[in-house]
Design a protein around this ligand. Structure first.
Ligand SMILES: Cc1ncc(C[n+]2csc(CCOP(=O)(O)OP(=O)(O)O)c2C)c(N)n1
Ligand SMILES: [Mg+2]
Length: 735
């Protein structure tokens, strides 16, 4: 095919003449047409350049189509890749099996990688994403992501940099799984690639993740990770200071730095290949600084002229990476400008054809269909796996801390995939000794200290789960979860949703929490804020109170992680870790023998409560420290002639709703005893469950104040205590 004047307006008749799409499209066509052939030696293999150009053109036309679909109300996502298509060179430098966690401008990377796997149709995939069709290959219409199970692209949404801790964790875990001879999804020589923008590079998550990679790598631990910073010198409307990325990352200890400019196609191919090869060979982190431009603004809704001058915007058109590749192709002498234009127009035609097909595809049709991948639950298989965990022989009564320690030891023995890690967990055995002795027994590959960064602790778990391991990370105190909560909220809990179950990150996150440290430590060691954990669809929140439940529930959680890929949070009550007595000194009332997992009767299914007593006057619903306080209060209530039964929730998510309703119905009067805050605490959903379940008896609650916990005896003023429980119970019982 040969081109005469191109009827551009006709092609883009739905776009205003001055629309960003038209400007980019026309400039590129004009510039390619005026390229003059060279007879020089090809600057790179012409075949590689051609593959690069085809990927870039496919991605570019998908971006055009996204704008068009958006303007017609048929597409729902318009952040594009235009100007960043040089990232196709990164895909070309890697194997299609190298796990990739990508920036949202990675359309060309995606098309280039898909070209390495026959049978994939990258253009249709991306269009399916834009229109939220169920045929989108990884999210199934739940989000516009860049991802594909067969292409080892783990889908990301758009919380900038939040994927970097996982990428570091995955690079670490590939090596660790290899050392432990645990086989996973990816070949042992894989390199992980993660990309992000220049503004994103400033996010504490990115800074922390890069720091963790270096901190790990300088210790000689394998960490084959390619960081790609796609530097278009701007983040939405805010400019990045001149040479900031280079000045920040070109000279970091332990970080190999490679620079490339997307306006030099051959140079970019070469730099990407060098960077990828280095990471693969040295099993160490590399930083590829890829200079790009951003064409057509930040997203479809962005009016770029509000913060950039027309001449700045126009100048970027000359730096279009498609033009750069076209220039190299024509300079090679193997292709003419018309050849290149023909390929560009073919891509347009392909996208147009695919768009029609995609528009006819199905969308998600019900809440059940949307939610199907959120919480896989196989209770029978979970119970079966628990039964297989061998119990070591000691049978003396244990504390909560000892019981968790023993459960972890048995899990480490039972399943070679289990890893235990966190701040101070290994040599010291944790602040409270819960993991004491485990490193000695199972070695430093299975039980290890992390650096001091909760985002990295959770990122390691996120990557480990993907690599086929079963991580048990520890967060030292509940208060310290909160600065890393996005790793649970935005990453762990969403992965199966955004990948339609294709990827999962099984884990059991142990968190020492709750108050009642007798005034010690103040707020940060007495945190009782659980709301941020309870509203995560699919995340299991275990809250064991007694030693026997703690062990059994640890086995349940690890089994749910192993069998169903569940994300479990295991909230451990610090004040009860070493408690031995319940009613009086030396009664040993808070000790319990270790439950043998092989005994089916000891299994604690997810969402099942435990009830103490069978009094008919009052039902107390509680958990955590509240259980010990309520058991003591119940004894005092007997002195007043009030006979109660106490429900220990054991699971804060999902709540044991049936058990709550059964126990409430048995007495007709309920007191919820909630050691967490009155607002956003646990009593709110318990009472809601009673109301929703049709309970029509009396309901009351006692809870801690909406306060932070102060130091010393002042803590007692804001925390719920036994006297309050007794008086509230007497009041409810008298109704
Ligand atoms: C944690 C977070 N904060 C804010 C945003 C909103 N946001 C989306 S993209 C963006 C700018 C990112 O710029 P850069 O990293 O340079 O990538 P570019 O879009 O330029 O490729 C911002 C602030 C976000 N997605 N995530
Ligand atoms: Mg940017």
């Amino acid at each position: 095919m040969r081109y005469g004047p191109i009827p551009r307006r006709a092609r883009m008749d739905d776009m205003a003449p001055s629309s960003p799409v038209t400007a980019v499209d026309e400039h590129l066509i004009d510039a390619i047409r005026s390229l003059t052939p060279g007879e020089s030696t090809p600057p790179a293999d012409a075949k590689d350049l051609l593959a690069l150009f085809d990927a870039q053109a496919g991605s570019r036309h998908v971006d055009f189509a996204a704008r068009d679909l958006g303007s017609r109300g048929l597409g729902f996502y318009s952040i594009g890749s235009a100007g960043h298509e040089s990232n196709a060179a990164v895909a070309a430098a890697l194997q299609p099996t190298d796990p990739a966690l990508l920036h949202y401008r990675s359309g060309a990377f995606y098309v280039r990688r898909a070209a390495q796997l026959p049978g994939t149709d990258a253009v249709s995939d991306m269009l399916h994403g834009i229109v939220a069709s169920v045929d989108e290959p990884v999210s199934g219409g739940r989000h516009k992501v860049i991802g594909h199970g067969d292409l080892s692209i783990i889908p990301q949404t758009s919380t900038i940099a939040s994927h970097l801790p996982r990428a570091v964790g995955l690079a670490f875990s590939l090596g660790r799984a290899n050392q432990l001879q645990v086989s996973g999804e990816w070949p042992s020589e894989s390199v992980v690639v993660c990309s992000f923008g220049d503004a994103s590079a400033n996010h504490s998550t990115a800074v922390g993740a890069i720091n963790t990679a270096l901190h790990t790598s300088v210790q000689g631990i394998p960490l084959p990770l390619l960081f790609v910073c796609e530097d278009n010198a701007i983040g939405i409307s805010v400019r990045t200071p001149g040479r900031w990325i280079e000045r920040t990352y070109a000279n970091r200890a332990g970080l190999k730095y490679v620079a490339a400019d997307g306006t030099d196609a051959a140079g970019t191919l070469q730099a990407a290949a060098e960077a990828a090869e280095w990471a693969r060979k040295h099993r160490a982190p590399v930083f590829l600084h890829l200079r790009t431009v951003r064409l057509m603004g930040h997203a479809g809704s962005d009016v770029e002229t509000a913060y950039r001058t027309q001449s700045e915007i126009a100048a970027d058109l000359d730096r279009d990476p498609l033009l750069a590749t076209a220039r190299a192709l024509v300079a090679s002498g193997s292709y003419t400008a018309d050849d290149v234009l023909e390929r560009y127009e073919n891509a347009r035609g392909e996208v147009a054809k695919a768009t029609e097909h995609v528009l006819a595809s199905r969308r998600l049709e019900s809440a059940a269909e949307v939610m199907a991948p959120i919480a896989q639950h196989s209770p029978a298989s979970i119970a079966q796996r628990v039964e297989q965990v061998p119990a070591t022989s000691r049978s003396e009564p244990l504390t909560v801390a000892q019981s968790i320690n023993r459960a972890l030891a048995d899990e480490l023995t039972n399943d070679e995939r289990v890893l235990v890690f966190g701040e101070d967990v290994a040599r010291k055995g944790g602040v409270y000794g819960v993991t004491r002795g485990l490193q000695k027994e199972f070695g430093s590959r299975r039980v290890f200290d992390t650096l001091l960064d909760e985002q990295s602790v959770l990122g390691t778990a996120l990557g480990a789960g993907l690599a086929g391991l079963l991580p048990v990370p520890e967060i030292q105190y509940l208060a310290y979860l909160h600065n890393a909560a996005d790793q649970l909220r935005g990453e762990a809990s969403t992965l199966s949703f955004f990948s339609n179950g294709r990827y999962r990150n099984p884990m059991v996150v142990r968190i020492a929490g709750y108050a009642y440290q007798k005034g010690l430590g103040g707020h940060f060691h007495n945190d009782n804020a659980v709301a941020a954990l309870r509203d995560l669809p699919g995340v299991v929140v275990a809250s064991p109170s007694r030693p026997d439940d703690a062990a059994a529930m640890m086995h349940t959680c690890l089994s749910a992680a192993a069998v169903d890929g569940r994300v479990c949070v295991f909230l451990e009550p610090i004040a009860l870790y070493h408690t031995r007595d319940l009613y009086e000194a030396d009664d040993g009332g808070w000790l319990a023998p270790y439950p043998d997992p092989a005994d089916r009767a000891s299994h604690v299914p997810i969402g099942s409560a435990r009830t103490y007593g069978d009094g008919d006057d009052l039902t107390i619903v509680t958990f955590g420290n509240g259980l010990a306080m309520s058991l003591r209060a119940a004894r005092r209530l007997e002195g007043h002639g009030v006979r109660s039964r106490i429900v220990d929730l054991r699971w804060l998510a999902p709540l044991p709703v049936d058990d709550i309703l059964d126990a409430a119905g048995a007495t007709g009067r309920v007191l919820v005893v909630d050691e967490t805050r009155r607002s956003g605490g646990v009593s709110e959903p318990v009472i809601t469950a009673l109301v929703d379940g049709g309970f029509d008896g009396s309901i009351a609650r006692v809870a801690s104040e909406d306060s932070f916990i102060p130091l010393g005896s002042a803590a007692e003023h804001v925390l719920l205590d036994e006297d309050e429980i007794v008086s509230a119970a007497l009041e409810v019982a008298s109704r």
